[in-house]
Design a binder for this molecule. Sequence first.
Ligand SMILES: [Zn+2]
Length: 200
Amino acid sequence: MVVKAIGRLLGIAAGTVAYALDPESLRAWHRTHNQKPYRKKQIAEINRWLQTTANYREYCKPPKAKAWMKRWRDRQGKRSRYRANAKRQFHRRRAREASAFIGDRLADAFTGWIKGKKLACHWCGEKTTNIQVDYLTALARGGKHAFKNLRTACYVCNPAKGARMSSAEFARYRRARGLVVARDDSAKRQFLMNPASYIA
Ligand SMILES: [Zn+2]
């Protein structure tokens, strides 16, 4: 706790502070955490997480997820906190879009073009018809509705990234969990190769 606070104050990593204060304690920490049982535990944790993702993927299949969401929404009262939040989020999103849309015709065309097509996700590389537009720099982080800021993302990766992480952070997050970072831009290439899709 204290070490973290000092680190934040000086703008350096907690590990560096810990090492400066007591090199031996940090060495001890590395000794225990690099041992086989600990690594085994970590691997088990990653596998459990992957299993959860697999379940989540199954769970998110459109018809099922839609039915589930509808049931959940119907259970919420008209004046519930959920409704109030949804309304606030809707208006926030609109405000963001208003400031982010810069009249990029290519971006507009691409957003429409991907709907219902079986395209590859930029992050996991899987092809799905439930493909969404992902802002590399999220609108909430000041990203623009520009073609170069757009990627395709599947219904699992897009909400997983959201505005929580920058694209570099999300790549690191995936690598740390043993997930591929496909950087598959075949959808964009396919779009650009077909002028009829964007010249109106
Ligand atoms: Zn994906």
